[in-house]
Design a protein around this ligand. Structure first.
Ligand code: FES
Length: 574
C-alpha cells in the first residue's frame, strides 16, 4: 500500500476536481481523501481518474431491475481501463409508479443529474437510464454539465409467447384494455393478460418512448452505435455496459463532450430518425428539451419539411407488427442509419469521436421484415406532422403513422372535457351526447396544470360507442400520449389551456376543423365570441410551495420541450 502525499496526485483530475470550499483547497483534498480512505480504497486507486456511474436502480422501477448488474459491468470496464468507478444514485422515474405523471418530475431528474455530475469529483460519467423520462433527463443534465458522458440504457424487455401470439408492454396492454372496455374481453381474461404483458426485465418492448429515446440517443451519438436496442436480458447488454465503462475512461484521455456531440446537425439527424421509426410523440418534446440545453431550437414547421421527405422504415408496434427484439435482430440502428444515410448529416461525431459517415462505411445485415428498404417503406412520409391554426397558434402534433387516414380531413362538433376529472366522470355516462363523428377535446391537462401533462391524450372511446364497434375517433388535447398508443390523436396543443391558449376557450358544440393535408387545426368560433369567453377566463391558481410551485413558475410549453426556463441553454451553436 502506498501513502502518497495529497499533492502527489494530478490536480484538477479525479478526486482533486471540485474540492469543497473550505477556503484551503489542499486541506479540502486531504479531507476528501481521508474520508475516501475510510471506504478502503488504496492510494493507487484514489490516484486514478474517476468515472461517475449514475445508478438509477429502484424498487419502484421495474424497467431498471437490471441496473445493479449493469453497474457492476460498467465498474469492470472502468477498472480494466485504469479508472476508478464511483457509482452514485439519482432520482429514478418509472412511468406507472408516479403521480401525477413521470413527466412532472423529468426536469427534477435532469436537475439532479446535472447537479451531481458537476458537484462531485469525476472526469467522465456513464449514465444508466432506460424508462421513458430517465434518458431524456440524463441527456439534459449531461449537456448542461458538459462533462464527457456515455449513455447506457437498460434495454427493452422480451415479448412473451402466449397462446399463439406474442405480448409485450404496452401496445398489447392498450389493445386488450380497449377490447375489455368494448365488452369483447372478459374480466377473467384481462386478469390473465395482466400477468403476461411484461415478463422480463427491461423497458417496454415496442417502439414506445423508451425505445425511441434509446434510438435517438444512439443517433445523437451519446450511445455507441448498435448498443441502444440490445435486449435487457441479453449477455450483450452486460458487454455493452463493460464497454461503456472502458469508453468513459478513454474519454478522459481524449475528451469528447456532449456539447460537441449534440449540435443542430445531430439534432436534425435525430428528428429524421424519429420520423423513420414512426417513433413516440413524447420523444419530440424530449429532443426539444435536450437540444434546448444547447440553445438549438427544434422548429415544428421544419419538422413538417423533414417529415415530407423521410419515409417510415421501421415496422414495429404500435404502428406495425414487430417488437424491439425483432428490431435489434434485424440490424437495429446501424441498419436504419445506413438506409437513411443520404438524408443524414454525416459529419456528426459520437462518443467515440468518429464521424457518422465513417461509422457507416459497410452495409450492415438487415432483415427487411422490420427495417424496410427505402423503395418499400412502411409509409413514404414520416410518422409525425405538426399542425398550426387558430386552435394551436404555436403548434400541435399528430402521429399520422398511428392514426386512421379516413379521419385526417374532418370538420365536426366538439365534445369538450374541462379536465381529467370531468373526463373520468362523463366519458362512460350512458346519457353522454356523443357520436362517432364528434371530436373529443380534453383541456387543462398541460404541463402548467396539477395534472402535469400526463399521457391522457389517448382519450378512451366513450364506452357506449366502443361497445357499438367504434375503434377510433379524432381526439385532441394539450397533454401527451404514450409512445405505445395509437389512434387519430392530436397532442401538445400549444399554448396549453392553462397558459391562456385558445384551447382554454373551446366549448362543447363548437366546430373544429382538422386538415392533415394542410397541416391545420382551427377552432371555428367567431373572434368576438372568443373575446367574450376570454373575459370570463382566469388562469389556474398556482400551488403554494415546493416542486409544484417551481414547475408552475418555470415550466415552458411543449414547443420548448417543457423544460424549466431557468435551465435552458443560451448559446446557439451549430
Ligand atoms: Fe418503463 Fe415503459 S414503463 S419503459
Amino acid at each position: 500500500m502506498t501513502h502518497n502525499s495529497p499533492k502527489s496526485s494530478p490536480q484538477k483530475q479525479g478526486l482533486a476536481r471540485n474540492t469543497a470550499n473550505y477556503g484551503d483547497s489542499d486541506f479540502a483534498l486531504y479531507l476528501r481523501r481521508s474520508f475516501a480512505k475510510s471506504m478502503g480504497y488504496s492510494q493507487a486507486m484514489l490516484d486514478r481518474p474517476v468515472v461517475g456511474i449514475v445508478d438509477t436502480g429502484s424498487a419502484y422501477n421495474n424497467c431498471h431491475r437490471t441496473v445493479p448488474e449493469l453497474v457492476e459491468a460498467v465498474k469492470r470496464g472502468v477498472l480494466a481501463a485504469g479508472g476508478l468507478p464511483m457509482p452514485f444514485p439519482t432520482i429514478s422515474l418509472c412511468e406507472p409508479s408516479l403521480f401525477p405523471t413521470s413527466m412532472h418530475y423529468r426536469n427534477l431528474a435532469a436537475l439532479d443529474t446535472e447537479a451531481m455530475l458537476t458537484a462531485q469529483p469525476m472526469d467522465a460519467a456513464v449514465l444508466i437510464g432506460g424508462c421513458d423520462k430517465t434518458v431524456p433527463a440524463q441527456l439534459m443534465g449531461a449537456v448542461s454539465a458538459d462533462i464527457p458522458a456515455v449513455q447506457l440504457v437498460t434495454g427493452p424487455m422480451l415479448a412473451t409467447p402466449f397462446q399463439g401470439e406474442r405480448l409485450s408492454a404496452c401496445t398489447d396492454c392498450r389493445r386488450y384494455w380497449a377490447a375489455y372496455r368494448a365488452g369483447t374481453v372478459s374480466q377473467e381474461r384481462i386478469g390473465e393478460i395482466e400477468g403476461r404483458l411484461a415478463t422480463t426485465a427491461g423497458t417496454c418492448g415496442v417502439m414506445g418512448t423508451a425505445s425511441t429515446m434509446a434510438c435517438i440517443a444512439e443517433t445523437l451519438g451519446m450511445i455507441p452505435l448498435g448498443h441502444g436496442s440490445i435486449p435487457a436480458v441479453h449477455a450483450d447488454r452486460l458487454r455493452a455496459a463493460e464497454e461503456a465503462g472502458a469508453l468513459a475512461v478513454r474519454l478522459i484521455e481524449n475528451p469528447v463532450k456532449p456539447s460537441q456531440i449534440i449540435t443542430a446537425r445531430s439534432v436534425e439527424n435525430a428528428l429524421r430518425v424519429l420520423l423513420a421509426l414512426g417513433g413516440s410523440t413524447n420523444a419530440l418534446i424530449h429532443l426539444t428539451a435536450i437540444a434546448g440545453r444547447r440553445g438549438v431550437k427544434v422548429d415544428l414547421r421544419h419538422l413538417n419539411v423533414l417529415s415530407d421527405s423521410t419515409p417510415v422504415l421501421v415496422d414495429l408496434k404500435p404502428t406495425g407488427d414487430g417488437y424491439m427484439e425483432d428490431f435489434h435482430a434485424a440490424g437495429g440502428m446501424p441498419a436504419l442509419l445506413w438506409e437513411l444515410r443520404d438524408l443524414l448529416h454525416q459529419d456528426t461525431i459520437d462518443v467515440t469521436g468518429v464521424p457518422l459517415g465513417q461509422r457507416l462505411r459497410e452495409p450492415p445485415f438487415v432483415d427487411r421484415r422490420y427495417i424496410r428498404h427505402r423503395d418499400e417503406p412502411v409509409s413514404p412520409v414520416g410518422g409525425l406532422v405538426s399542425l398550426f391554426g387558430s386552435l394551436a397558434p404555436r403548434g400541435a402534433i399528430l402521429k399520422r403513422s398511428a392514426a386512421t387516414p379516413s379521419l385526417f380531413e374532418k370538420e365536426s362538433r366538439a365534445l369538450v372535457f374541462d379536465g381529467l376529472e370531468d373526463l373520468a366522470n362523463r366519458i362512460d355516462d350512458p346519457t353522454l351526447d356523443v357520436s362517432a363523428d364528434d371530436i373529443l377535446v380534453l383541456k387543462n391537462a398541460g404541463s402548467l396544470t396539477p395534472a402535469g401533462m400526463p399521457e391522457a391524450g389517448y382519450l378512451p372511446i366513450p364506452s357506449k360507442l366502443a361497445r357499438a364497434g367504434v375503434k377510433d375517433m379524432v381526439r385532441m388535447s394539450d397533454c401527451r400520449m404514450s409512445g405505445t398508443a395509437f389512434g387519430t390523436i392530436v397532442l401538445h396543443i400549444t399554448p396549453e389551456a392553462a397558459a391562456g391558449g385558445p384551447l382554454g376557450l373551446a366549448e362543447s358544440g363548437d366546430r373544429i376543423r382538422l386538415s392533415v393535408k394542410d397541416r391545420t387545426l382551427d377552432l371555428l368560433v367567431p373572434a368576438e365570441e372568443l373575446e367574450r369567453r376570454r373575459d370570463r377566463w382566469s388562469p389556474p391558481t398556482k400551488p403554494a410551495r415546493g416542486w409544484d410551485r417551481i414547475i408552475a413558475d418555470q415550466v415552458l410549453q411543449a414547443d420548448e420541450g417543457c423544460d424549466l426556463a431557468v435551465l435552458r441553454g443560451s448559446s446557439v451553436p451549430s
